[in-house]
Design a binder for this molecule. Sequence first.
Ligand code: GUN
Length: 164
Amino acid sequence: MDRDTFVARFASVFEHSPWIAQRAWEQGIGPDQDNPDGLHAALCAVLAKADRSAKIRLVQAHPDLAGKLAIEGGLTQESRAEQASAGLDQCSPDEFARFQTLNATYTKRFGFPFVIAVRGLSRAQILAAFEQRVGNDPDQELATALVQIERIALLRIRDLFAAA
Ligand code: GUN
């Protein structure tokens, strides 16, 4: 696989952040790049080495859950599928209102949106995690968001390998 093919294929693994795939390629990727776990480890190593402001921008590149962009149809294909798999496109008016309140409170407190790997979770589980995490301290919450982003990336990589 050449550079452009690799970057085009894996650019979307981290939301709106193709620089992670680009940097991984420039660093020769890893020896295990031809399996999902190996590629995931190589991409996450790039992320781990990035500076704090780049990590914060990565979290900020995520859309709100059940947010305005979702309603307007502006999500990436991956994010739309993930949000739909958790039924976030089918909130009751009450659930929807709770998401809007939590999104606003959370983003004001931390400066980035709430990110959680939603696949396999119910709306009730997501709301419970949201209510718990909104009380975290900022450094702890940034670390938690990055762990969740690494998990989202793993699920996206598995999908790409399964579709190949
Ligand atoms: N969890 C899985 N995908 C997404 C996403 O696109 N945005 C947020 N906030 N969380 C997610």
